[in-house]
Design a binder for this molecule. Sequence first.
Ligand SMILES: O=P(O)(O)OC[C@H]1O[C@H](OP(=O)(O)OP(=O)(O)O)[C@H](O)[C@@H]1O
Ligand SMILES: Nc1ncnc2[nH]cnc12
Length: 177
Amino acid sequence: MNAAEIRSYIREVPDFPRPGVSFKDITPLIEDGSAFHAAVDLLARATDDLDYERILSAEARGFVFGTALAYRSRKGLILARKPNKLPRETVAATYQLEYGEDALHIHADSVTPGTRVLVVDDLLATGGTARAMCQLVENAGGKVAGVAVLIELAFLNGRKTLEPYHVVSILSYDAGE
Ligand SMILES: O=P(O)(O)OC[C@H]1O[C@H](OP(=O)(O)OP(=O)(O)O)[C@H](O)[C@@H]1O
Ligand SMILES: Nc1ncnc2[nH]cnc12
């Protein structure tokens, strides 16, 4: 299954969660075994040449692709979670939402100095979430090997927000798509 076929499994939901937003719903994709498998394979192939030891992904949708890619590439998986979810000492990074601020945490010992980490998410929009994950890696002394997403909303310029990190995406959407 190629990228165009995989794309046909993503449902666009207009005006969710608020007017003007075209929500990219990945649930039909991950509910289809062949499409989900093909999507993870494409992500794996697109990141095969990157040198990394661990994957970092954020709850909730990020876990779906981060976990699958970690399993397939036999790499360790680090969970980035919302505040007060992880039981031991954490490092945190804050990021901007439309209204106010949110934070992601990882356990302080998940990234040792020099660890090379691939940041994985289902979707890149403004880039705030992925940037916070890159900051988490660097705050803990690690190195960002790249950022890999299945879907990129190119018109929101997340890539620019993520400079100078290497960004890999499988499906790119323009405004109005
Ligand atoms: O590039 P950004 O503008 O930061 O947006 C991208 C993020 O938005 C979605 O997560 P969301 O915060 O909706 O959480 P969820 O995965 O729990 O649904 C998506 O899974 C990305 O993590
Ligand atoms: N348009 C969108 N669709 C799905 N998830 C998103 N996260 C941020 N923007 C999104």
